[in-house]
Design a binder for this molecule. Structure first.
Ligand SMILES: Nc1nc2c(ncn2[C@@H]2O[C@H](COP(=O)(O)OP(=O)(O)O)[C@@H](O)[C@H]2O)c(=O)[nH]1
Ligand SMILES: [Mg+2]
Length: 380
């Protein structure tokens, strides 16, 4: 469709440049924009996630002024929305972003991050526990439905410190662990008291934050003293592990769908800004594609299952995830341990079973469509 559009718009340099750029993007890594209000921690989190060459490019996208949202996000295939508290007005921004017909039809490219998650627990070592509870609750709320694929809490500062950990940091913690406990406790009561320990420790504090120090110290006390080992302990504790997993599952592994989504959005902009009779056919083709794109439905279903918005019995749940590509979109991954003919009968039955809730019946219909697409060989 992009190639067709380039032919139709060859006399418009602006349109062909824009469309050509969208064609190029198919070859590029998934482009992930990290968006949030000032001081929500976007810069810190971008450094914590880091690029994965050939797979993922992460860009820091400070919250744009109202009205420039489309421009900022049109370059991204997927978005992390940072909020410091989910019930804050900050979420209105996300509603605005998704308040576009195509964005809504394909709201499959966003993860909400509860950033600076350690602060939700008041800096206590178990801070992330309350943040996780909040995220779990929020994932199921109607307000989040249709807006995002997942809600994940992350203590970005600790995550970045883990990512950039050096042997010198480990040594500084080892030295800290030698200070008698009672004496150290007094220093751990406040940032000022801690910084007073020594200049080197002030730097450690700046990089790890008080939460990071409190979390890391007991690990080092348990004799974890190499960069690799400490890194392995800090990645899950900062929430970074869960975030990377969610990015992988929802974005990197679904690269082709996200790229297609970006291209459709890009095409829509040209068709809307420079309408012409020769493009009418293309416009209706675009509409049809969006209405029937099964890939988007699969992505939404997987997110609904993952977040608990759709509740299926355990065995059905596992099969639904596999058949809709949650373990990999290839035929082998979809069909492992599944007899396709039996699955089609089963899922048709579930789709019509009045004992299931309406969300579950709709889910079964999506799984059924996936099975039928596999059977007819039309699955891309
Ligand atoms: N406690 C805590 N502070 C953080 C965290 N992430 C960032 N910060 C601090 O919040 C401030 C803003 O962070 P920054 O990444 O520059 O936010 P940005 O304005 O969105 O780019 C800085 O002082 C950071 O050190 C976090 O996970 N926990
Ligand atoms: Mg910044």
């Amino acid at each position: 469709m992009l190639a067709q559009a380039i032919t139709i718009y060859q006399d418009s340099p602006r349109a062909t440049h824009w469309l050509g750029r969208h064609l190029e993007r198919f070859e590029e890594p998934v482009r992930l924009a990290v968006v949030g209000p000032p001081r929500s921690g976007t810069t810190t989190l971008v450094q914590a996630i880091g690029d994965s060459p050939g797979e993922l490019t992460v860009v820091d996208a400070p919250a744009p002024a109202p009205g420039t949202i489309e421009g900022t996000l049109s370059e991204a295939d997927a978005v992390l929305h940072l909020v410091r508290h989910p019930h804050h007005a900050e979420l209105d921004f996300l509603h605005t972003v998704q308040d576009h017909p195509i964005a809504r039809a394909a709201a499959v490219n966003a993860i909400i991050v509860l950033s600076r998650a350690d602060e939700l627990g008041g800096g206590r070592v178990d801070g992330l526990i309350s943040a996780r509870r909040l995220a779990r609750r929020y994932r199921r709320e109607p307000q989040a439905r249709g807006l995002c694929q997942d809600v994940v809490p992350v203590a970005g500062l600790l995550a970045r410190a883990a990512r950039t950990l050096t042997q010198a940091d480990v040594d500084a913690f080892v030295e800290l662990a030698r200070v008698p406990r009672a004496q150290l406790e007094a220093h751990l009561l406040s940032v000022d008291r801690f910084a007073a320990l020594s200049a080197g420790h002030a730097e450690l504090l700046a990089r790890f934050g008080m939460f990071g120090i409190r979390v890391t110290l007991p690990i080092v006390r348990r004799d974890v003293r190499t960069v690799e080992d400490l890194f392995a302990q800090l990645v899950p504790r900062s929430g970074l592990a869960e975030l990377l997993e969610s990015i992988e599952k929802n974005f990197t592994r679904r690269r082709s769908v996200l790229k297609a989504r970006s291209a459709l959005l890009g095409l829509e902009v040209v068709l809307r800004m420079e309408p012409r009779p020769a493009a009418a056919e293309l416009a209706s083709q675009l509409e049809q594609t969006l209405a029937s794109a099964h890939d988007f439905r699969e992505l939404r279903l997987l997110a609904a299952i993952h977040t608990g918005r759709v509740k299926l019995p355990e065995d059905l749940r596992a099969e639904a995830v596999r058949l809709t590509g949650g373990q990999g979109t290839g035929l082998a991954e979809r069909l492992s341990e599944v007899d396709l003919r039996g699955a089609i009968q089963r899922w048709r039955h579930y789709a019509e079973n009045p004992a299931l809730g309406s969300a579950e019946r709709r889910a079964a219909t999506v799984v059924l469509r996936s099975c039928e697409a596999i059977a007819s060989g039309t699955l891309r």
